[in-house]
Structures are given as C-alpha cells and as structure tokens.
Design a protein around this ligand. Sequence first.
Ligand SMILES: O=C(O)CCC(=O)C(=O)O
Length: 271
Amino acid sequence: MQSERTVLARRRYQEDGFFICPDPLIPQEVVDRATAGMDSVRAGDYDTGTPPRPSRWNPGDDPNTLCKIEKPQIASRAIMELVSHPALGEMAADISGARAVQVWWVQLLYKPPSVPGQQALTNIGWHQDYNYWGAWEEDSELFTAWVALGDVTPETGPMNFVAGSHRWGLSTESDFQSQEYDALRERIRSAHGQEWREIPAILPPGGASFHHKLTFHGSGQNHSGKPRRSFAVHMRTEKSRPKEDLRQGLTAFIDDPSYCPIIYGDPTAFD
Ligand SMILES: O=C(O)CCC(=O)C(=O)O
C-alpha cells in the first residue's frame, strides 16, 4: 500500500515533470558537513585525496562567477555522505516507482551573489538535461535531485521549472551556459508554442526538488547578498542503459559504487 506522500509526489512528478519536496529531506548536521565539504573542494582541499573530475571552474578562478564542479563526491567524504543519503533514494523511488536508484553524476553549484544591474556570469540558461546526456540511451529513466544547502528564496536566483515541458520532446534550444536568460526563454517558447508556466524551486536547507531529464529549467542572478549553494545529483533507475553498453564520458564510472553509489533498492537490478 503506497503512502499518501508517494502517491502525491509521483502524480506531481508525472504531470509537471518535477516535484518540489515540501519538507527538508536531509538532516541539518549532514547539510552542515557538506557545506564545509563544499568550501574545501572550492579551495582545492580534497579529504579523500582524489580531485573532482575536470570542471569549468577550478580553485583560484573568479569567485564572482558561477562555480560548477564535476563529481565533487569523490573529493569530499561529507559530500558523498549527503548525495548517498537514504532519504534521497527513498524520495527518488517514490517519484519513479524504481526498484533501484543510482547516483551516476553530481555537480556542485555555487551561485555567488551579484548586484542588480551589474553584469554577472551567474545565470544558468534554460535547458533540458538530456541534451547533455547523450551517453545514455534515449529511453533511459534519468532524473535529477537538486539539493539545497541553504534557504533558497526568490532573491537567491532559484531554479525555475517549466511545468509540463517534459512532454515537449527533446529540443535543440538548450543552452546551460547562456547568459541571455530572457531572450533564450523567448526562443524556446516560440519554438514550442506551448503554455509557459514557470515554477520556482523555493527550498529550505536540506530540501530537494526532483526533475525529469526533459523538463526545461534555468535560473537567474542571486540578489540575496549570500551565496546560493546546492548539488545537482543526477540519478538513474534500473530502466536505463548506456549507449551500446559503453562506459565513456558521463557513464565511465557507473560500475564503481565508490564513485556512483546505489542509494536505493537492490544493486543487482542494474546487472
Ligand atoms: O542550479 C540551477 O539553477 C540549475 C541546475 C541544473 O541545471 C540542474 O540541476 O539540472
């Protein structure tokens, strides 16, 4: 018998292409350790002795631009603790009905505050994640849990989801790097001609949202005066396959649970 929470979360995820959890999922002490872990990784200090994967932002780069670091969980025990937390796995299973859930990639996202009216390279342009995930077969069940380390308010430049856009098919208009937030929105909107309804992911510390691989999303500048810190935790279920069963690029590490933890269910479901 499914709980009311499961039924609601799955229905919202299926209808809208995302689900914003109403309550924090991750305990505050885990969030606090991961926040310290994020600071260490940003400073180039790796307590596992392993650096993250090659990233656009590296320690010493401009602290006022968006910081995106790939696979930070291999560099920090505290980040691994957060992204492997069973509550994330349980919620992922709730929304998907999966038998098993694996974290196959993680991105550290640190959006520094900027001053309204000043140029800042901190926007995340509208995109569908699957545009960047070509190493996976197209029918793979892939989605993202976005975990907030601090309060995500409207001022922090929250992620905005376009409700129902996971049903529009794969678009060629995605551009994560674009700083032309409004112009790109107009391009995508006119290319698809569908109702455009944006929902911001307002979250408490330890809160999380989940979004489908085809849901359009993006975020603007952070005018809160404080950094917006989060992890994008990319997940798959047993209904996923690397293209031609290859292990390359984004799928290179999926056989290694010390890099890509299985956070729910029976690991043999991936055999
Ligand atoms: O952090 C954001 O605003 C967007 C992150 C994102 O693109 C993702 O989690 O897939």
